[in-house]
Design a protein around this ligand. Structure first.
Ligand SMILES: [Zn+2]
Length: 311
């Protein structure tokens, strides 16, 4: 099963497969001039992506899709600004920030279907009220009776609490053991350009793949379509690492103290997606920050916001 998962292990740098100095587009035959180490070369004429196959021969990536950009420059700025102002203490951050420029690019992502099973255990601090659900699951008659009695007590406490919400309802917290399993499915986007760390959403963002279409250069509106240099195999191992993070985060919402977790991610063959991404840079109190807006859905994919402490 390989090495045990260590979230703190550095990501192994993997060298992209070498590309020949000159090659032809596998789709239209136009000459390609791959930069050094590019694994996914976009044809300037037809937009097809050529890669090096396992046998060392150039081949075209068949599962190549795109999303359509639906945002104008102004609406991208507006979406970024709204996100920036979200939250009570962040009002008017956008106005106080010096918005630099927005740039639209078609950025390649490997979309890696990933399923995760995670077994975890830990403890949860509960009051008498929160404990009712656990008690009701008891299989002995005595436990059920105890649960019912506790439930009655809790109702009384809740009723009292609703009359005066400032009074603590429960003064006797308990700790219960939790042992549970998480099962999740993701289509994890892995940015296929090594230098584009900022374009890698790490918080569970997913593209709206139901809107995807076959890649067609005419639909890009002349916007720059980026080549890539991350192989699908690399993308799969990155997706597995992200799936670990997601499972851990999910487990932590179910326990107060996570004692152990075993994560088993499975990644499947994916597809290459060119997504329209608005990259918005801004300066806040002299600090450079960025926001990424998905040009297809208008949602913010990732970004940096000033912390509360900044003013
Ligand atoms: Zn071509």
């Amino acid at each position: 099963m390989g090495q045990p998962y260590n979230p703190n292990a550095p990501v192994q740098p993997v060298r992209a497969p070498a590309m020949p100095q000159s090659m032809k587009c596998s789709s239209c035959g136009a000459p390609l001039t791959p930069g050094s180490g590019l694994a996914l070369v976009v044809c300037a004429y037809c937009g097809a992506v050529t890669t090096m196959g396992a046998g060392g021969a150039a081949e075209m990536i068949q599962k190549h899709y795109m999303l359509e950009n639906k945002l104008s420059n102004e609406s991208a700025l507006e979406a970024g600004g709204k996100w920036l102002n979200k939250g009570l203490f962040r009002r008017k951050v956008a106005e106080r920030s010096d918005v630099g420029q927005v740039t639209l690019r078609y950025v390649p992502y490997w979309i890696v279907p990933t399923s995760v099973v995670a077994d975890f255990q830990g403890t949860k601090n509960v009051g008498a009220g929160a404990g009712v659900g656990m008690m009701a699951h008891g299989d002995s008659g005595a436990k059920k009776a105890a649960g019912a009695a506790l439930f009655a007590l809790t109702m009384a406490a809740a009723a009292a609490g609703s009359q005066n919400r400032n009074q603590p309802v429960n003064t006797q917290p308990q700790v219960i053991r939790v042992r549970d399993r998480i099962q999740m499915q993701y289509n994890i986007p892995i940015v296929a350009v090594r230098g584009y760390v900022k374009y890698q959403p790490d918080d569970g963002f997913q593209f709206q793949l139901q809107n995807k279409m076959n890649f067609d250069k005419r639909q890009t509106g002349g916007v720059d379509v980026q080549s890539g240099d991350v192989t699908e195999a690399e993308a799969k191992s990155q997706a597995a690492a992200l799936a670990h993070k997601f499972a851990e985060k999910q487990a932590k919402t179910r326990v107060d103290n996570l004692e152990s977790i075993q994560v088993y991610p499975t990644t499947y063959d994916g597809e290459l997606l060119h997504a329209p991404v608005w990259f918005m840079e801004y300066a806040h109190k002299g600090k450079q920050m960025f926001i990424l807006v998905d040009g297809s859905s208008g949602g913010v994919m990732d970004g940096e916001r000033p912390g509360f402490s900044l003013w």
